[in-house]
Design a protein around this ligand. Structure first.
Ligand code: ZN
Length: 397
């Protein structure tokens, strides 16, 4: 083999090696792009799932609000029943006092009656003696009447005899009559009091039944409220867990997406020029029921106004499809290098596409009210390695 031929073979070999190297490189780059596409598709899917869960959480929140209203209503009813119970207890207590008082009156009256009866008996003895004396004196009529009567009262009612009774006996009979009338009166009073006691006791039994019913109502209401609260807690805990799970999957995807180079953007540019008002700040809001992952920027006639890139970078995600009333609506994520990205939510129009390089201040979208939004505004987030952070550490107004 001559030298020239050897050289030619060497050259071909080198060229062949070089071209193979190039093919290999191209193959590696294609594989990387495919990986990134798959990751993006997965991210989009997860973002959709997250939006869906967020919507579910909103629905749960609405249910909680409704349940709270229902709970407030139930608590108001319970308070009313508690008031009724208190009043019924007071009524029962009054009835008990009345019964005790009546029983005291009855006892006093009965004592009085017993005393009167003693007096009557004593006077009757005196009267009988006088009658006997009268008989001894020869007047048989009186004794006959006396013995013929079943009782002293009966004897006294025999009106015709009064004329036959001696004047000095009349006073004694009057006294006896008076005493008997008093005893009758006392007995009538005692009977009336006893009837009142019986009525009060019947009242009390009815009140006790009412009270037991009221106590049962309150008890079942307390159980209903406890069940309601347990339901809400279980539901909320379930959704919270799902949200956390999706968030962590999003975190993983973000981590797998290469953030190019270091962050050199410095302080970020205000994303809605001419609109410095923040209508909802970063952090807990709605009485600690919702954690706001960004800031809302709004103002008069803000709808359709330009949204600019807060720093230079590459568009890594554009969400073009959305469900009205759910999630961030149409939104964009821009990677700024060093793991730092920004998110622009609820836009009316997206003016960039995935993979596009943008410069700080370039218009990327227009302000809108897509997704879960109550009015035109920009929801702006800063994320570090996919995790939202307080944007005030990067922004300047
Ligand atoms: Zn927001």
């Amino acid at each position: 083999m001559n030298t020239a031929k050897k050289r030619w073979i060497q050259l071909v070999a080198i060229l062949l090696c070089f071209s193979m190297l190039t093919v290999g490189q191209n193959f590696t780059m294609t594989a990387q792009a495919a990986d990134e596409d798959a990751a993006n598709a997965q991210l989009e899917e997860l973002n959709n799932k997250y939006d869906e869960l967020e919507a579910q959480l909103q629905a749960i929140q609405a249910e909680i609000d409704k349940a709270k209203t229902e709970k407030d209503k139930q608590l108001a009813i319970k308070k009313q029943i508690d008031n009724q119970i208190s009043l019924t207890r007071q009524q029962i207590s009054v009835l008990e006092s009345r019964i005790a008082l009546l029983n005291e009156t009855i006892a006093t009256q009965e004592e009085l009656m017993a005393e009167k009866q003693k007096a009557i008996d004593a006077n009757y003895e005196i009267f009988k003696k006088r009658m006997r004396a009268s008989y001894m004196a020869g007047d048989t009529t009186m004794l006959g009447l006396l013995l013929g009567a079943d009782s002293f009262s009966e004897f006294l009612t025999r009106a015709e005899i009064t004329t036959r009774i001696a004047k000095h006996d009349q006073q004694l009979i009057d006294e006896l009559n008076q005493e008997i009338a008093e005893v009758e009166e006392a007995k009538a009073q005692v009977d009336a009091d006893k009837a009142q006691v019986e009525a009060a006791k019947a009242d009390m039994a009815a009140k006790q039944t009412t009270l037991n019913g009221q106590l049962q109502d309150v008890e079942s209401q307390i159980q209903d409220l406890a069940a309601l609260e347990a339901d809400i807690q279980a539901n909320k805990a379930k959704i919270d867990k799902e949200m956390a799970q999706v968030q962590s999957e999003i975190d993983k995807i973000y981590a797998s997406l290469d953030s190019e180079g270091e962050y050199t953007g410095g302080a970020m540019l205000w994303p809605v020029p001419g609109y410095p008002n923040v209508t909802s700040d970063f952090g807990w809001r709605f009485n600690g029921t919702d954690y706001h992952t960004g800031i809302d920027i709004s103002g008069a006639s803000v709808h359709g106004k330009p949204i600019v890139a807060a720093a230079s970078g590459t568009v890594i995600h554009t969400q073009l499809t959305y469900t009205p009333g759910k999630g961030y609506g149409k939104y964009i994520i821009i990677d700024h290098g060093g793991g730092i990205s920004t998110l622009y939510g609820h836009t009316s129009e997206i003016l960039v596409s995935v993979g596009q390089k943008v410069n700080r201040g370039d218009t990327i979208a227009l302000v809108g009210t897509t997704g879960w939004s109550t009015g035109p505004h920009l929801h702006f987030e800063v994320r570090v390695d996919g995790k939202y952070v307080n944007p005030w550490g990067y922004l300047s107004r």
